[in-house]
Design a protein around this ligand. Structure first.
Ligand code: NCD
Length: 324
C-alpha cells in the first residue's frame, strides 16, 4: 500500500546517495527526514509504504549493537525490503580479510543498501566509495551516529513541538561519543543551544570551535535546561583510565533527583542506551515516565530509519517533490 506525502514535507528534498553523518545535511533535509519519520511513527506497522520492495539491505556490524541493528532491520522490513544480517564474528573478517576486500565481496552480491557500524571513524565513508549500494552509518568510532541523533530530535520535537530555541545539556563522556557529536551538530543546525557537561578528561579536546557552553559541574550546567541527555561511559574507547570508578563518577556526574530538579520542571531526560544504571543515571529517573523518554527514543529510532531508507531510495530533489 503506497501512502502519499503528508503536506508538511512539501518543498524539502533529500538528494544524498548515502547517509554518512549529520554534518553533510542541511537543516531543510533534517526537517524533511523528521517530518517523514513523524508520519511513519503514526502508522500501524502494516500500513507503511512498500518503498523498499524488491530491495536487499545488508546489516554489517563490526561492533556490538542491540537496538541499532534490530531497529534498522525492522525499519527495512516494514518498507518491504529483504534484510541480511552479516555476523562479523563468524565472517571472513575474522580470517584477516581487509575492509576493501569485504566491500568487494559484498558489492558482488549487489545489495541496494548497506548499514555499517565500525570502530574506526571513516570506515563507513570508505565503504560508500567502494560499493554501489546506498550506505547508512550505524555508528563509526567516535565520529557520527546520524540515525540516533535523528531519533533523539524526533523525540524532542514530539514533546516540545520544536527544537529551535531549546537548551540541551549533553552530559558525561562526550569525548568518546559519536551520539554526542551527531546530536551536537543536529541540534545546532536546528537552532538549539547546546551545553556540554563533563570532567575535562571526558570533553573533546577543542570545544571552543564547536560553539557550545562547557561546564565541569552538573549543578551549574543543568540549570534551566529543557533537555538532559545522558551518555554511557565508553570504556571500550578509553586508552587507560580516565575516571576513578563508576561510583565516583555517579557522585559527581550522575543524574539523580536533586540534580534533575535544577533543570526546567518539564525537562526531558534522554539516554541513547545502553544505560549503566547507577553510573551515569539513577534507576528511578530512568524509569520515571513523567520525564524519561528513553523508551520513546528507541521507538522513534525505527521511524527515522524508515525515513532514511525511503529518502535514499527515492532521492527527491526539492523541485520534484510535490504532495499528492
Ligand atoms: C550508542 C552507540 O553505539 O554509539 N548506542 C546506540 O547506538 N544507541 C551509545 C553507546 O554505545 O553508549
Amino acid at each position: 500500500m503506497t501512502q502519499s506525502f503528508p503536506p508538511a514535507t512539501i518543498g524539502y528534498g533529500f538528494s544524498h546517495a548515502h547517509l554518512l553523518g549529520i554534518d553533510p545535511l542541511k537543516p531543510g533535509e533534517i526537517a524533511y527526514l523528521l517530518d517523514r519519520a513523524a508520519y511513519f511513527a503514526e502508522l500501524e506497522p502494516g500500513e507503511a509504504p512498500d518503498a523498499l520492495a524488491g530491495s536487499t539491505v545488508i546489516n554489517l556490524f563490526f561492533e556490538n549493537s542491540t537496538r541499532t541493528r534490530s531497529s534498522f532491520e525492522i525499519a527495512a522490513q516494514r518498507l518491504g525490503a529483504d534484510v541480511v544480517n552479516m555476523d562479523v564474528a563468524t565472517s571472513s573478517v575474522k580470517k584477516g580479510e581487509t575492509l576493501i576486500d569485504t566491500a568487494d565481496t559484498l558489492n558482488a552480491m549487489r545489495p541496494d543498501f548497506l548499514v555499517v557500524r565500525h570502530g574506526q571513524a571513516g570506515a563507513v565513508k570508505l565503504l560508500s566509495r567502494k560499493l554501489d549500494a546506498h550506505v547508512l552509518n550505524g555508528g563509526d568510532g567516535k565520529h557520527e551516529h546520524p540515525t540516533q541523533a535523528l531519533a533523539d530530535a524526533l523525540t524532542i520535537r514530539r514533546h516540545k513541538g520544536k527544537i529551535d530555541g531549546l537548551t540541551v545539556a549533553i552530559c558525561g563522556d562526550i569525548r568518546h561519543s559519536r551520539v554526542a557529536r551527531s546530536n551536537l551538530l543536529l541540534l545546532q543546525k536546528m537552532g538549539a543551544r547546546v551545553r556540554l557537561i563533563g570532567p575535562p578528561t571526558l570533553l573533546p579536546n577543542s570545544y571552543e570551535a564547536l560553539g557550545v557552553e562547557v561546564y565541569h559541574r552538573m549543578d551549574e550546567g543543568l540549570r534551566d535546561v529543557d533537555i538532559v541527555m545522558m551518555l554511557r561511559l565508553q570504556v571500550e574507547r578509553m586508552a587507560g583510565t580516565l575516571i576513578p570508578s563508576g561510583r565516583e563518577f555517579f557522585r559527581f556526574y550522575g543524574l539523580d533527583r536533586d540534580r534533575l530538579a535544577l533543570a526546567k520542571p518539564d525537562a526531558l531526560v534522554m539516554h541513547p542506551g545502553p544505560m549503566n544504571r547507577g553510573v551515569e543515571i539513577a534507576s528511578d529517573i530512568a524509569d520515571d515516565l513523567d520525564q524519561s523518554v528513553i523508551r520513546e527514543q528507541v521507538e522513534m529510532g525505527v521511524a527515522v530509519r524508515m525515513a532514511c531508507f525511503e529518502a535514499l531510495a527515492t532521492r527527491r530533489a526539492p523541485t520534484t517533490l510535490r504532495a499528492a
